[in-house]
Design a protein around this ligand. Structure first.
Ligand SMILES: *Cc1c(COP(=O)(O)O)cnc(C)c1O
Length: 263
C-alpha cells in the first residue's frame, strides 16, 4: 500500500510480466494508483498521461504491451529504441518517446523515428534535431529536462538557466515544446523527492509568465514507478513508469543514473 511518507520500493520488487494478462493487470494496477493519487488532490485522472517505459526489456515484452493496448513506449537509449523501432515496423501505430540524454551525433536517429523527446538539455542538441527534422520533413514534441536534484552528475538544464534556454527555442521550428521533465532525487525520503517535483512545477509556472506564447509549457513529466503518486500530487501531467508495468530490471538504476549518496 502507498504510504505518503515513503517512496515505493524501486528495485527487484516487481515480478517480470511474461504474458499479456500480466501486462493488463500491471497496467490496471498502475492506473488504479494514478486514480487514487488524483482523488487525494482533487485532480481529474484524464489529465495524467501514463507513459510505459520499456527500456532493457526484450522485443517480446514490448509486443505483449502492444497487445495490452500500449501505443507509445518510452526508451532511454537511442540506439536501443531505434533497434526496437526497426524490429517492430509491422506495428504501424506504435510510437516512440525517447526519454534519455541525447548526444548530438545521435540526433539524426531520433529525428527519423521518435514522436516525442523528453530529455532536451542543450541548444546544440536542439539545433541538431531541428536540422535533421527539417530534412525529414517531420516535427517532434519535446520536453526540456531540468536538473531539480542539484546532483552534478544528473543531466538537465539548471533551473537558473531554464529561462534563457526556453527563450532560445523558438528558433527551432521543428521542435514543438510541450513542457518540462525531471528525474527526482533517488531517495526513500518522500519529502526530499517531493521538493524536486515542487521545484519543477514552480519553475514551469514562472516560465509561463515570461516566455514566448509559442513555447508550450503545459506539461510536467515527472514521477516513475517508485514516486509517481507524489509527482501527481505536485502536478505531473505525464508519469513515466517502467518496472511497475514490465517488471524489475536486471540491472540496478545506478547503471543509468548516479546513486543518491543520502539514500
Ligand atoms: C527508466 C526510466 C523511467 C522509469 O523508471 P521505473 O523505475 O522503471 O518506473 C522513467 N524515466 C526515465 C528517464 C527512465 O530512464
Amino acid at each position: 500500500m502507498f504510504k505518503p511518507s515513503e517512496t515505493q520500493p524501486q528495485h527487484g520488487h516487481y515480478p517480470e510480466a511474461t504474458t499479456v494478462e500480466d501486462l493488463q493487470r500491471n497496467l490496471a494496477a498502475v492506473r488504479t494508483r494514478i486514480e487514487a493519487a488524483c482523488r487525494r488532490c482533487d485532480r481529474d485522472p484524464a489529465t495524467v498521461r501514463l507513459l510505459p517505459v520499456s527500456k532493457t526489456k526484450p522485443e517480446a515484452s514490448l509486443r505483449l504491451a502492444y497487445a495490452a493496448g500500449c501505443r507509445l513506449l518510452g526508451e532511454n537509449k537511442v540506439q536501443e529504441a531505434h533497434r526496437k523501432y526497426e524490429a517492430m515496423q509491422d506495428l504501424h501505430d506504435l510510437q516512440w518517446s525517447v526519454i534519455g540524454h541525447l548526444q548530438t551525433n545521435k540526433a539524426k536517429l531520433v529525428a527519423r523515428f521518435a514522436t516525442e523527446f523528453q530529455a532536451l538539455d542543450s541548444l546544440r542538441v536542439a539545433q541538431a534535431l531541428d536540422r535533421r527534422l527539417q530534412i525529414e520533413g517531420r516535427s517532434l514534441d519535446v520536453f526540456v529536462q531540468v536538473n531539480t536534484s542539484g546532483e552534478a552528475s544528473k543531466y538537465g538544464v539548471a533551473p537558473e538557466n531554464a529561462l534563457a534556454f526556453m527563450q532560445a527555442l523558438p528558433a527551432f521550428s521543428a521542435l514543438r515544446v510541450r513542457g518540462l521533465m525531471t528525474l527526482a532525487l533517488f531517495s526513500s525520503e518522500a519529502e526530499r523527492v517531493r521538493q524536486c517535483f515542487v521545484l519543477l512545477r514552480k519553475l514551469r509556472d514562472q516560465l509561463q509568465q515570461s516566455t514566448h506564447p509559442c513555447i508550450g509549457l503545459q506539461e510536467l513529466s515527472m514521477g516513475m514507478s517508485g514516486d509517481f503518486e507524489i509527482a501527481i500530487e505536485e502536478g505531473a501531467t505525464v508519469v513515466r513508469v517502467g518496472q511497475a508495468i514490465f517488471g524489475a530490471r536486471p540491472v540496478p538504476d545506478s547503471h543509468y543514473w548516479p546513486h543518491d549518496p543520502h539514500a
